[in-house]
Design a binder for this molecule. Structure first.
Ligand code: FE2
Length: 322
């Protein structure tokens, strides 16, 4: 289509409203744009996630739609989530949109099967809806969503992978799956109390920053203490997700049998999800590389759980030998 276009960072769309009042294009070549999202059908999050996973960084909007685009950006969740005029129900629906988008991105990276994808999506969404009904828990969610794009995505990913891993152990009843999902979602909530420079540091942390970093399990428990609807087991997960079977973890330096089993599950899912995600300081590892790293970290993770994880995502022969 002829005319002039301006580029828009593709990530602008990932957490924005589905409804758009302008058309969106993909640049195929110089002066060649394909129409990808329309004002009548809105943003297709699944397709958006595919573009992001293919490394596309920008989409395009026609210059004549500049004003409409700017109006749309005024209503971006970053602003709406903290606007006291916006009703809580609207904020919850924005959070659900963000979750849907993040889940689509995750399912492009890890294949977990349609059934598990559907059931974990349901758990994550009903959890967000449940938390959104109480002002205190909604505030916790908003902190997670606004702490930068990594934390919300990471929280959702860890919730899904923890549930998948728990299910694969064969020892989980529905209650434990739910606990792992909630614990996975909230495990790093304490990070929202730390400065972003510490959380996203591209270089090694100073000893003082490292001390701050190690305080996030305690800070997390404090944040959700006395919060209605959050079971005690979830607090144990938040507190213990960095403990290691060999006693080298924090904050308690607890050893293997003492560590709460769902906390071990979430801890392993946490490391796996962090490794396969691009961070400001390094590229994402492939799934194979991530599994290799976790298998070599002897003593840091429950050995049997690592085997289950390798069985889920790795070469089955290697799982037997792990
Ligand atoms: Fe953590």
């Amino acid at each position: 289509m002829a005319g002039k276009y301006f580029p828009v960072d593709i990530k602008m769309f990932r957490n924005s409203a589905k409804d758009i009042t302008f058309d969106v294009y993909l640049k195929l070549a110089e002066d060649n744009y394909a129409h990808v999202f329309s004002r009548s059908s809105g943003v297709d999050y699944k397709r958006l996630a595919q573009y992001i996973s293919k490394g596309i960084t920008h989409l395009f909007v026609r210059e004549e739609d500049d004003l409409l685009f700017r109006e749309y950006m005024k209503k971006s969740p970053d602003k709406m989530l903290f606007d006291p005029e916006v009703p809580d129900a609207k904020k919850v629906s924005l959070l659900l949109n963000m979750a849907e988008q993040n889940l689509n991105e995750l399912f492009n990276v890890v294949a977990i099967g349609n059934e598990v994808a559907a059931s974990s999506t349901k758990v994550v969404k009903s959890f967000i809806t449940m938390m959104g009904q109480n002002p205190k828990t909604l505030a916790t969610l908003l902190r997670t969503a606004s702490h930068g794009e990594y934390l919300f995505y990471h929280s959702i990913s860890v919730a899904v992978i923890s549930m998948y891993l728990a299910k694969a152990t064969g020892q989980a009843n529905p209650r434990m799956l739910e606990i792992c999902g909630m614990g996975g979602f909230l495990h790093d909530i304490g990070l929202t109390m730390l400065p972003k420079e510490v959380v996203d540091s591209p270089t090694d942390l100073t000893p003082a920053q490292w001390r701050e970093m190690r305080s996030h399990p305690k800070l997390g428990v404090k944040m959700i203490e006395a919060t209605p609807n959050i079971p005690d087991e979830v607090r144990y997960i938040v507190f213990q997700h960095h403990e290691a079977p060999d006693g080298s973890g924090y904050p308690g330096g607890l050893r293997g049998p003492v560590i709460f089993y769902p906390a071990k599950i979430v801890g392993l899912a946490d490391s796996f999800c962090a490794l396969i995600t691009k961070r400001p300081f390094r590229e994402a590892y492939t799934i194979e590389q991530a599994l290799g790293i976790l298998q070599h970290e002897v003593g840091k993770y429950d050995r049997d759980l690592v085997k289950v994880l390798v069985g889920l995502f790795g070469d089955k022969k290697k799982a037997a030998a792990a």
